[in-house]
Design a binder for this molecule. Sequence first.
Ligand code: ADP
Ligand code: MG
Length: 259
Amino acid sequence: MDTIADTLSPMLSRLQLSAIRDQLDNLLDEATRRDFTLRESLAFLCEVEIARRDQRRVAMGTSIAKFPYVRTLDGFDFDAQPSIDPKQVRELATGRWIANGDTVLLQGPPGVGKTHLAVALGREAIARGYAVLFTSAVNLVAALSKAALENRLEEKLTHFTKPKLLIVDELGYLPFEKDAAHLFFQLVSRRYERCAMLLTTNRSIGEWGEIFGDTVIATAILDRLLHHSHVITIRGESFRLREKRRSGLVKPALVESPN
Ligand code: ADP
Ligand code: MG
């Protein structure tokens, strides 16, 4: 018996079944306790190994994605945000739109949960095996502009085109320089119909000419982004301000203005 135990561990290591190796005694005891057949026991061990790998893959994918904070769909209070259809968000969480290379546009004033939903949908995408990268519009454009100056634009465009889902947060908080609008257009064109994008913005589509400082470019960008798109418009006041007001930290008069 001892000799089998002694040889099992290195064999499991060699097969890279580390989850089974690390918990072998407990897992076998449990299989015995639950009266598993040999076939059931094998399935049980495989499940444990797969669960560990999924967990690692998600942890790795999440660290590569560079989310600004940790947020989940479970942590989103849909009752507090009646302008959002939970069914639509749950459908997006399946990732079908990512497989199709569609665009999701989350529109709304500050504090209504756009970034929260973007991060939560990004995590769902990672759990379904998609590579995700999160960036703010300002950082994206700064990175592309810098690369263009250093003759590395091609490399940078590839960097932002590779992930199956690119999340661009806070589009429109600052207007783009003309060159920046061109760079953004190049990226959108490359990703078009192959890779999905999720954008959050505080501006309505009618105002995109102002964001990009050029209506021709704005139209060309919108044309591609909106071709296969899912638009979620969030209304209402900032979640944080409302929570503060509820707890009496902010007086109602202070939260009258939308910003
Ligand atoms: P923005 O729309 O400006 O991107 P955020 O998504 O960053 O706003 O939301 C601001 C804060 O409020 C975050 O901490 C977020 O988790 C929280 N929040 C916003 N809406 C909700 C909600 N419906 N349920 C739970 N938390 C929310
Ligand atoms: Mg935000």
